[in-house]
Design a binder for this molecule. Structure first.
Ligand code: WAQ
Ligand code: MG
Length: 261
């Protein structure tokens, strides 16, 4: 019999304002446990105690596509300026123009946090149909075995936490699509000053000090090229993707080491 998979999604809010969310894809036997895990996780949150927790369980009509994670590294960047310079080096090397990177930076640091990501072509033109909301990536998860291997590998570098794991899973789904050249991400958490830039070629590159502590906004930009934007959006929003393989996790590298690999 065909194995059934379920999407389990949680979002928590306080006085109608979104404060946290998480999701995964699970086999039937794991669904109940995960509903409990997500509800426990939703209650205490640094943005305040949730007064509404919404958990949605949906049977997937499509068998998830198995993919591997990107490899993961951390750069030794010391300031937002150094990060920006590095981001330019990395993204221009995969065909994204300086203009597009500048455009993304301007939007990401304007102080407006979108729910989803911007889609930007290599020239810096925004292509998402809803410029205020952006595109939300959903329907991604990790198998039980891959999750425990990922935790084990991340633990070696003190990175075994939900923030890193979920960002790596999201970015691995995003960069799997052939229209995506890369991604730039800045957390909206004022105390989380590590962002990342990712591409299929170099993997997921963590960027310490991408912003100064205390800045309460963030965002994501997906740099895209050629093809039907509608199909890409459908993939990002609806196609279930399940991580079942973990690429190498490494420690701190310089940009030179990354570009020369
Ligand atoms: N789809 C598209 N965009 C999203 C999604 C999604 N599912 N979730 C969040 N965003 C956008 C939205 O604009 C958020 O404000 C922004 O991204 C940042 O989201 O390895 O925690 O959840 O240590 O704050 C980076 C981890 C953490 C770096 C990123 O993002 C590391 C993070 P946040
Ligand atoms: Mg956040």
């Amino acid at each position: 019999m065909k194995r059934r998979y379920y999407s389990v999604r949680m979002r928590a809010s306080k006085e109608g304002v979104h404060i946290s969310g998480a999701e995964g894809i699970y086999v039937r036997d794991d669904v109940n446990k995960m509903v409990q895990t997500y509800s426990q996780r939703a209650f205490p949150h640094e943005k305040g105690r949730a007064d509404g927790i919404f958990i949605k369980v949906e049977e997937l009509k499509e068998t998830p596509r198995n993919i591997s994670t990107l490899s993961l590294y951390t750069l030794n960047t010391k300031s937002p300026e150094a990060v920006q310079k590095t981001v330019v080096e990395i993204l221009t090397s995969v065909g994204i123009t300086q203009r597009a990177i500048k455009e993304a930076y301007t939007s990401l640091t304007r102080g407006i946090t979108m729910r989803g990501a911007m889609l930007m072509d290599v020239e810096g033109v925004r292509l998402e149909p809803d410029l205020l909301r952006g595109v939300r990536v959903t329907r991604m998860g990790i198998t039980r075995n891959a999750a425990s291997l990922l935790s084990k590998k991340l633990s070696k570098y003190g990175l075994n936490n939900n923030t890193v794991k979920e960002a790596l899973i999201l970015s691995s789904k995003v960069n799997k699509h052939p229209m995506v050249l890369g991604e730039l991400c800045l957390s909206d958490d004022p105390n989380y000053t590590v962002g990342y830039v990712s591409t299929r070629k170099y993997g997921y590159i963590r960027l310490p000090r991408i912003k100064k502590r205390g800045i309460p906004f963030g965002g994501r930009a997906f740099f895209i090229t050629g093809g039907e934007v509608k199909d890409l959006i459908k993939y990002l929003q609806n196609t279930p993707v399940l991580i079942n393989k973990i690429r190498p996790i490494r420690g701190i590298l310089s940009v030179k080491e990354i570009l020369e690999r």
